[in-house]
Design a binder for this molecule. Structure first.
Ligand SMILES: NC(=O)c1ccc[n+]([C@@H]2O[C@H](COP(=O)([O-])OP(=O)(O)OC[C@H]3O[C@@H](n4cnc5c(N)ncnc54)[C@H](O)[C@@H]3O)[C@@H](O)[C@H]2O)c1
Ligand SMILES: [Zn+2]
Length: 366
């Protein structure tokens, strides 16, 4: 029943990822993660997830935590809430309810809830425990693992943050049933990314199981999420603070982030990463380090999972200039992730503006 992974940090076991198809193991898993007997638990969630799952989670927790004060904090769903003003309201709530360092926060929601709750947990009283209960595909396969937390500041995305590890990641695959199809496709971009950058076998599995994945078959989802988390875990264990190999997870993100910004975040993150992956694969093909055949299988798999939208009305020069403001720049050099075949990626600092222009022109033509 379910699958588990242990994530190490600095060569020591740090937290577990538990993949289940309901919430029934949640409180036992929290009890097993350390010796603490939490007196207060605050579940942080957003206005879309609250009516769907909050009651059920509180119910499950109160059975195993009869003497614990269980409360919740709900904010308006969406990236526009991922800021210091929401964090401030959460601090106020925690202070009012006298939360101290022996209490617990639970992030119940997508990447926005996870990033914001993690950041609050990292900074409130210099750090309190938090558990990730991710409810979007993107957060289950990517953002809940690895300890990156943070919020946006003014127009800058993820500008304020901390590396701060959760005590547990509890994934309930069943919640994906209520997730809109475009959000599933957006998460699939990051899933396929693992296959392209480091896991050819997984890539082939994804290629042959399109219908099963799309039908949200529970066993198929369990494997897909397990394999994705395993890939992310292996990368972050090797390079927890992105000094080297972790940067390959940014495959598709240089041009992807530029498009995301220029779309004023109207396009989903995964859709932009999908377009960015096409661009990066295109540059790799033009350099003859990826064959045309490999390039077109990548296009096919992204197509079958409806990962990228048709892109119109975008100015190529604006995209190039937006890539220069991305955090993936080191000094004046863009650290671009390219591939040498499917399953092998590396960081390249020699990608020229003209190569990027050609690639963006290509994605405008598809
Ligand atoms: N920390 C990291 O390593 C990392 C990595 C990637 C992305 N991120 C961050 O994650 C965020 C994006 O995450 P996201 O795509 O999960 O967005 P999100 O949290 O905004 O969720 C998308 C939408 O789906 C709704 N939702 C969530 N679960 C649902 C469910 N089960 N059923 C129905 N609706 C549901 C949410 O209310 C929201 O409206 C961004 O802020 C990004 O910066 C962080
Ligand atoms: Zn991403």
């Amino acid at each position: 029943m379910g699958k588990d992974l242990i994530v190490n940090y600095k060569n020591e076991p740090c937290y577990e990822i538990k993949i289940r198809n309901d919430f029934s193991d949640l409180s036992k898993s929290i009890q097993m993660m350390n010796e603490k007997n939490y007196l207060r638990i605050c579940i942080v969630t957003d206005s879309v997830v609250e009516p769907l799952y909050l009651k059920n989670v509180i119910l499950k927790l109160s059975v195993d935590y009869p003497d614990t004060y269980i409360t919740s904090f709900v904010f308006d769903a969406g990236e526009s809430s991922k800021n210091l003003s929401t964090v401030q309201k959460l601090y106020q709530k925690l202070i009012q309810d006298q939360f101290d360092r022996n209490d617990l926060l639970i992030a119940l929601g997508g990447g926005v809830v996870g990033d914001l709750t993690g950041f609050t947990a990292a900074t409130y009283l210099r750090g309190i425990d938090f558990v990730q209960v991710p409810t979007t595909l993107l957060s289950q396969v990517d953002s809940s693992v690895g300890g990156k937390t943070g919020v946006d500041f003014e127009q800058y995305k993820n500008m304020v943050g901390a590396f701060y590890m959760p005590c547990l990641v509890y994934i309930n695959t069943d919640v994906l049933k209520t997730l809109p199809a475009e959000q599933i496709s957006s998460g699939m971009a990051e899933v396929i990314k693992y296959g392209i950058i480091r896991d050819f076998e997984f890539y082939e599995w994804l290629d042959s199981n399109v219908d099963k994945v799309k039908s949200l078959d529970q066993e198929t989802l369990e494997y897909l999420i397990y394999q994705s988390c395993k890939n992310k875990k292996e990368v972050v264990e090797e390079d927890p603070t992105e000094q080297g190999i972790r940067a390959t997870l940014n495959f598709g993100h240089t041009i992807g982030h530029a498009i995301e910004k220029l779309s004023h975040f109207k396009l989903y993150h995964g859709q932009c990463v999908g377009l960015g992956m096409v661009a990066a694969a295109y540059i790799s093909m033009k350099r003859d380090i990826v064959t045309e055949g490999e390039f077109f299988t990548i296009m096919n798999i992204l197509d079958s999972y409806n990962v990228y939208p048709e892109l119109k009305d975008i100015n190529i020069e604006d995209v190039i200039s937006a890539t220069k403001h991305d955090k993936k720049m080191n000094g004046q050099q863009i650290h671009f992730v390219l591939i040498r075949g499917i399953g092998i990626s590396y960081i390249d600092t020699t990608v020229t503006d003209q190569e990027m222009r050609d690639a963006v022109e290509y994605i405008l033509s598809i």
